[in-house]
Structures are given as C-alpha cells and as structure tokens.
Design a protein. Structure first.
Length: 358
C-alpha cells in the first residue's frame, strides 16, 4: 500500500477506489447469483443443438434409405413385362429423387427451425416481434417470387401424384412431346421434330398423358360402294386375329380388333371403321401394321379399295369412255371465225420497209 501513500490524491479511502471496489463486488455477486442459471441455459442450448442435429441426421438417413429401396424395386422389375407396363427405371428414379429432396428439405427446415425457436425461448428473448417480422418478410417474399413459388408447388404435386414421368408422351397445352426430365420448377419435353421445350410447372393448366392406361388404334378402310360388306367384315376380322397371334403384336394388342361398322356411305364409296385397344404409346405402330395386313387381305379376297379405275375396268363396268374427254372447241379449227378473230394482227413493219426501198 506504499504507492497509495506516496500519492496524496490516491488514498485507500478515495471515492474512485471505493466505486471500483463496489462495482467489482456487485459483479462478483451477480455472477455468483446467476452462474447456475447461465450454466443451466448453456447446457439446455447444447442439448437442444445435439438433439436437433441427431434427429435431422436420423430423419435424412431414413428418407435416403426409403428412396434407395424404391429405386431397387424399380430396377428389379425393369426388363420384365410388369416393368414395361408400370414405369421405367429412369422415371421411377427421378420421381423418387425429387420426392426425397423435398422431404429432406422440409424435415431439415422443421427440425432446425424448431430448435432455433427453442433456443431463443431459453435465452428469454421475446419471440412475438421476431415472428411478426418473419411474417411480414414472408408476405413480401411471396409477392415478389409468387411465380417461383407457384412453379415449385405445382412441381411438387405433379411428382407426388405421378401425373407424368420420364418417357411419357404428354400434351401440356403450351407444348407437347416426350418427357425427358421432370424438375420441381421446369419440365423438359422433346417435340416431334427433336426440339426441346422448357415448360414451367406453374403454367401447365391441363395435362393429357398419352402413355398411361391404354391407347386406341383406329383404322378407317374405304372400299367401293358395290362391295360385299359381310365379306369385308370377315376379311378384316381374320387379318386382326392373325395380327394378335404374332410377335410382338400379341403383347402390344390388349384386345381384339373390332369392326365397328360403316362410318359413312357415299355414291362411290363406303368407310368401315375398326379399332383395337393397345399398349400406351404403341397405337401408331399397330395402326400401320393393321393397315398393311388389311390391304394384303383385301387383295387376296378381291375386295377393291376406292381409287381410280383403269379404262378397261371402266368399260367392263358399263361406263362411258368419252366421259373423261374434253368438250369440242371452235378454237381447235384454225379456219373458224373464232380462231381467226383470236389470232394476232400481222405486223406492218415489213410493208413499210418495202415502200421506203421503192
């Protein structure tokens, strides 16, 4: 204490030292009084963080295992008849990965958000102004990015409901083609000419999936009006039965070829409508093959399809051979008055030159 005595202004009983001593005593008392609460709060916060991280890891791992199991199931049925009818591996993989990504994000947001709010409550922070500010910010963000939110929510529901997938042929209204990629915001389609369409999920108001359920192969056969209808019906049915017994058409046909009847009758032709239920996406190939077989069957049965007849056939049918000739014209005779009046006036240049020579 000698240095305190050396300075006359700094004695042990000076106000500055007494104030510092009182402050230190109050701080020590405050710490001694609240250290237990602080330790308890720190331990609670640490426990909340550990529980949140462990729970988040467990939930994400469970979702990942579920998605992997879905992919293994899809790979097991790939290449079989069941796999061809239900869904392909790529479609199942993209759908499962998208669902898994959404579930993992939602789980992380809920778990970490709940943990953050719990920590703030442990620190005795009033959450009402914070929640109000978050609500206002959410409303502002919703108005600013409403198109993005709409696309995202539409993509989530499209994937969950399995409205379409990779490999499907769809008509989305704004574009149509084969689906090559399904995302949460944008769907990629490949058109008939090879172009790629990027369709926002929020812009899709209706979807026509041509690859789900079954398709219909419709073929209209136009024959001459004087052909035997019963013979034509039996010929078409035989061609359809032969088609349904051969590979690979027996797998693509899901029902017999049906002759629906006459679709229209005119003075020179009749149209017979036929259709068959086929595998999704295979209707066009079945239609082409069915037309091929019906034409060959008609040729063997002697049934004539509507078209131009040769002149000999027209004579045998009693037709007028001069029906296709043009009407006579007076201009065909060069000496007729009409032909003379239509001929150009001869030039007088040669006569004028002769007079000048004379």
């Amino acid at each position: 204490m000698s240095w305190f005595l050396a300075d006359g202004n700094s004695s042990p009983d000076s106000p500055a030292l007494r104030e510092a001593h009182e402050n230190a005593t109050e701080a020590a008392g405050y710490v001694e009084q609240h250290w237990a609460d602080w330790l308890e709060a720190g331990l609670r916060i640490l426990l909340i963080i550990v529980i949140a991280m462990v729970l988040r890891s467990v939930v994400r791992r469970a979702i990942t295992k579920l998605i992997a199991r879905m992919n293994r199931t899809a790979q097991a049925v790939d290449g079989t008849a069941l796999g061809g009818l239900l869904v392909n591996v790529e479609r199942r993989r993209q759908r499962s990965e998208a669902i898994g990504s959404v579930l993992r994000s939602v789980a992380s947001f809920l778990i970490l958000g709940t943990a953050a709010l719990t920590i703030l409550s442990v620190l005795k922070i009033n959450l009402a102004p914070l929640l109000a500010s978050a609500g206002v910010a959410g409303v502002a963000l919703g108005f600013g990015a409403r198109n993005l939110v709409t696309d995202f929510l539409s993509g989530v529901f499209m994937i969950i409901e399995d409205q379409y997938g990779v490999g499907d042929t769809i008509d989305a209204g704004v574009a149509s083609g084969e689906v090559i990629e399904v995302g949460l915001r944008v769907t990629k389609l490949r058109g008939d000419e090879g172009e790629i369409w990027y369709v926002r999920n929020g812009e899709v108001k209706r979807i026509g999936n041509k690859s789900q359920g079954w398709a219909t192969a419709a073929v209209d056969v136009q024959i001459r009006y004087d052909e035997d209808l019963d013979k034509a019906r039996s010929t078409i049915q035989r061609a359809g039965e032969q088609l349904s017994k051969e590979d690979p058409w027996n797998e693509r046909l899901w029902g017999p070829v049906e002759v629906l009847g006459l679709d229209s009758v005119t003075l020179d032709s009749m149209v017979i409508s036929t259709n068959a239920k086929t595998m999704p996406g295979k209707a066009l190939g079945v239609e082409r093959e069915l037309r091929w077989r019906i034409k060959r069957a008609f040729d063997e049965a002697g049934i004539r399809i509507v078209g131009g007849l040769p002149q000999e056939a027209a004579l045998e049918a009693g037709g007028d051979p001069t029906a296709g000739m043009a009407a006579p014209s007076a201009l065909a005779n060069p000496t007729s008055p009409q032909s003379l009046n239509a001929s150009p006036i001869p030039s007088q240049q040669s006569g004028g030159s002769a007079n000048l020579t004379k």
